[in-house]
Design a protein around this ligand. Structure first.
Ligand code: F6P
Length: 382
C-alpha cells in the first residue's frame, strides 16, 4: 500500500537549492533543469548545479574550480529541446559505493554521502533535487535520511529511457527512445523484405522490456523478446518458418538487451567492476547467428544502443520533464523531503522515496499492451 507523503514542518524557509543529474543521460534532462531553475528564481531562491552527478563535490581532481556553480536564468534559455544534460552526468562513482585506492593500488568502497551533505550545508544549500534512475533515487533516499537532521531536504525526479522505475506511469526519455527506435525499425522493414532477410534489432532497457515491447509493436515487428519472458529460440524460428510458408520471406525480431533464453543467461559485454554495474549487450548478434542456423535464412543484427539516449526530446518528454522540474520546486516550497515526483496520469503526484528506491517496474505479463501483441500474432518466444 502507498503511504501519502507528509510535509516536514520544522525546517527554515529555503533560500538556496541545488540540482544534480545522475545515471545515463536521457532526453528531457535539460528541460527539467530549466523548469527547476526558473521555478526557484521566481520564488526568490538561488539555484546551484552540481556537475557530473556528485563528482562536482566528490572529485575536485576533475572539477578543481566550479564543481558546484550558480545557475543563472540566461544559462537555461533555449535548452528544453536539447538532449544530454548541461550539468554532465555519470553512471560510475556511486557516492554510496565510492571507489578509493589503497597505497598498494588495490581498491575498496566507501560511503561518501555525508561528504555531500556537509559540502552542501557549508554552501548554505537547503535542498537538493536529484534527477535520475533507480541508482540516483536510492542515493537521494539515503541523502534525505541522513541530511534532513542537518537541514538538507531532498526531492527525487525520475528519469530513464528504460521506463523501469516503479511508482510512476512513465519517465521522461522513454517516449523519445521509443519514437526513435520505431523509426529505425520501420526503415529496416524495406531492407529485410528486399533481401529476404531476418533483421534482429537489439534495443536498450536493462532488465525491463519496455522499449522493445513498445517500439516493436509500434513498428510491426514479428517477434519481440523481453527479459520478462525468457524465450525458446525454437518458437521464434517456428514463427519465421510460418511466415515463409505464408509467402512472407522476411522477419523483424526486436530483442531487449536484457532478454535471455529459457535455458540461458543474459548476454554481457562486461562483468560489473568494483562500485559499478554489469554492461549488457551482444544478444542481437547471438540471436541472428542462431536464427540463421535454424531457418537457413540470412540474418543481420543492428544494435541501436546509445542512439536511443540522444537527440531532441519529443514534446511529451519535454512537457513531462518541465512538469517534473516545476513540481519538485513546488514540493520543496510545500515543505516536503524524501519524496519523488511521479506521473499518475494525467497528474503529477508525490510518492515516498522509500517506496521507489531499489525497486524495478517490469512489463506486466497481464497488461493489455502485451495481450494486444499476442492478439495480433506477435511471437514473444514462449
Ligand atoms: O539505463 C539506461 C541505459 O541506457 C540502459 O538501457 C543501458 O543498459 C545502460 O544505460 C548503458 O549504460 P552505459 O552508458 O554505461 O553504456
Amino acid at each position: 500500500m502507498t503511504n501519502s507523503p507528509v510535509p516536514t514542518t520544522t525546517l527554515k524557509p529555503i533560500r538556496r537549492i541545488a540540482i544534480s543529474t545522475g545515471g545515463g543521460d536521457a532526453p528531457g534532462l535539460n528541460a527539467v533543469i530549466r523548469a527547476v531553475v526558473l521555478a526557484a528564481l521566481q520564488r526568490g531562491w538561488e539555484c546551484f548545479g552540481i556537475r557530473e552527478g556528485f563528482n562536482g563535490i566528490l572529485r575536485p581532481d576533475r572539477f578543481p574550480v566550479d564543481g558546484v556553480f550558480k545557475i543563472s536564468k540566461d544559462q537555461v534559455r533555449g535548452i528544453s529541446h536539447l538532449g544530454g544534460t548541461m550539468l554532465g552526468t555519470t553512471n560510475h562513482g556511486n557516492p554510496m559505493r565510492f571507489v578509493m585506492k589503497n597505497a598498494d593500488g588495490s581498491e575498496y568502497e566507501v560511503d561518501r554521502t555525508d561528504d555531500i551533505i556537509q559540502h552542501l550545508r557549508q554552501m548554505q544549500i537547503d535542498a537538493l533535487i536529484c534527477v535520475g534512475g533507480d541508482g540516483t533515487l536510492t542515493i537521494a533516499h539515503a541523502l534525505h535520511q541522513r541530511g534532513l537532521a542537518q537541514g538538507l531536504r531532498v526531492i527525487g525526479v525520475p528519469k530513464t529511457i528504460d521506463n523501469d522505475l516503479d511508482k510512476t506511469y512513465t519517465t521522461f526519455g522513454f517516449d523519445t527512445a521509443v519514437a526513435f527506435a520505431t523509426d529505425c525499425i520501420d526503415r529496416l522493414h524495406s531492407t529485410a523484405e528486399s533481401h529476404r532477410r531476418i533483421m534482429v534489432v537489439e534495443v536498450m532497457g536493462r532488465y525491463a522490456g519496455w522499449i522493445a515491447l513498445h517500439a516493436g509493436m509500434a513498428s510491426s515487428a514479428h517477434a519481440i523478446l523481453i527479459p520478462e519472458i525468457p524465450y525458446d529460440i525454437a518458437q521464434v524460428a517456428k514463427k519465421i518458418h510460418a511466415r515463409t510458408k505464408a509467402g512472407r520471406h522476411y522477419s523483424i525480431v526486436v530483442v531487449a538487451e536484457g532478454a535471455r533464453a529459457k535455458d540461458g543467461q543474459r548476454v554481457l559485454e562486461e562483468q560489473a567492476q568494483l562500485g559499478g554495474v554489469e554492461r549488457l549487450g551482444g544478444i542481437g548478434e547471438q540471436l541472428a547467428r542462431q536464427l540463421e542456423a535454424l531457418t537457413g535464412k540470412e540474418a543481420r543484427a543492428v544494435v541501436l544502443g546509445h542512439l536511443l539516449r540522444g537527440g531532441s526530446p519529443t514534446s511529451f518528454d519535454r512537457l513531462s520533464a518541465l512538469r517534473f522540474g516545476a513540481a519538485a520546486v513546488r514540493a520543496l516550497d510545500q515543505g516536503f523531503s524524501g519524496i519523488m515526483i511521479s506521473l499518475a496520469f494525467p497528474n503529477v503526484e508525490y510518492v515516498n522515496l522509500d517506496e521507489v528506491a531499489g525497486r524495478m517496474k517490469a512489463v506486466p505479463l497481464d497488461g493489455d499492451t502485451l495481450q494486444t501483441g499476442r492478439d495480433i500474432g506477435i511471437c514473444f518466444g514462449d
